[in-house]
Design a protein around this ligand. Structure first.
Ligand SMILES: N[C@@H](CCC[C@H](N)C(=O)O)C(=O)O
Length: 293
């Protein structure tokens, strides 16, 4: 028998999500139901689905509470095809706003809201652009696979970077090449990463650095969702890869232009190694009820 699900639609730089609250972990949608909700023609339409569940009510929440007992809420993230991902940088800002606007959490300026994810607990703060999330430590991971995409004449070496979820970043020559890539097809990676990867195509601005801030443009093909208008963890990976390629003296502040807007990326030192933070807008767009079969 179909049940009604009250949902909210939200977006951050055009990366859009269906959100719903399931505090006690009673609504576990299967991958085909999630894919149906995210379908842009037969469902609500979204790049991903975010279930707000109390950390104590989902098995993965135990690790989050062990890391930080204040992480009351867990972001149960699924891609549009129903697959699970460890982390979503745009999604977690929208998720924070959803918790706050629905009276499920408070976040006063200057304080942080700890949110459990499969990549670990992530701290969200209010920022000039909307919200900022500390994405934690990052690492070079996945080597330099060769990347082919439809309409790109030659295969390019990518750079594998993990920010809780896997990315491969590829540098392109100019905006013309960036526009010509057909990202409606999954880019071909060689060797193919076991768990798949989100693939970011990046063009550095000329000049690359203005007033101490690095500027790049990016398009992305997301694992499990296809081409999206933005990917927050992808923007962080793109800034990290560009800083790596630029070498010594490259900045720790970046502005990343994506088809859906602009996000900010900042690298900073902590006691447990370098972290990367992402800032950008988070909007709640509309609410509705959905019959789930
Ligand atoms: N759009 C997200 C990333 C979502 C998960 C990704 N598709 C994956 O499978 O890792 C972001 O803003 O970071």
């Amino acid at each position: 028998m179909p049940a009604d699900l009250h949902f909210t639609k939200g977006q951050g730089t055009g990366n859009d999500f269906v959100l719903f609250a399931d505090p006690d972990g009673e609504i576990d949608l299967d991958p085909s139901q999630i894919a149906a909700v995210c379908d842009r023609h037969f469902g609500v339409g979204a790049d991903g689905l975010l279930r707000a569940v109390r950390s104590r009510s989902i098995p993965e929440g135990a690790a989050a509470l062990a890391e930080d007992e204040s992480a009351e809420w867990f972001m149960d993230y699924h891609n549009a095809d129903g697959s699970i991902a460890e982390m979503c940088g745009n999604g977690i800002r929208v998720f924070a706003r959803y918790l706050i606007e629905n009276g499920l959490a408070e976040l006063v300026p200057g304080e942080t809201l700890a949110i459990g994810t499969r990549a670990g607990v992530r701290d969200v703060q209010r920022s000039r652009l909307g919200f900022q999330v500390d994405l934690g430590r990052w690492r070079l991971d996945g080597g330099e696979p060769l990347v082919r995409a439809k309409n790109l004449q030659v295969a390019r070496p990518g750079l594998g970077i993990n920010i809780g979820n896997p990315h491969v970043v590829v540098a392109l020559a100019d905006d013309e090449e960036l526009e010509s890539a057909d990202l409606s097809f999954i880019p071909h990676l060689e060797p193919e990463p076991v768990d798949g990867a989100n693939v970011e195509f990046v063009v550095p601005s000329d000049p690359l650095v203005r007033d101490g801030v690095g500027h790049i443009r990016m398009r992305v093909h997301e694992r499990g969702s296809g081409e999206t208008l933005s990917c927050g963890t992808g923007a962080a990976a793109a800034a990290l890869a560009t800083r790596h390629w630029a070498g010594e003296g490259a900045p720790d502040h970046w502005s990343v232009a994506v088809p859906g807007g602009v996000v900010g990326v900042r690298m900073f030192a902590t006691e447990d190694g370098e972290h990367v933070a992402l800032s950008g807008p988070a909007e709640l767009v509309y609410e509705g009820d959905l019959a789930i079969a």
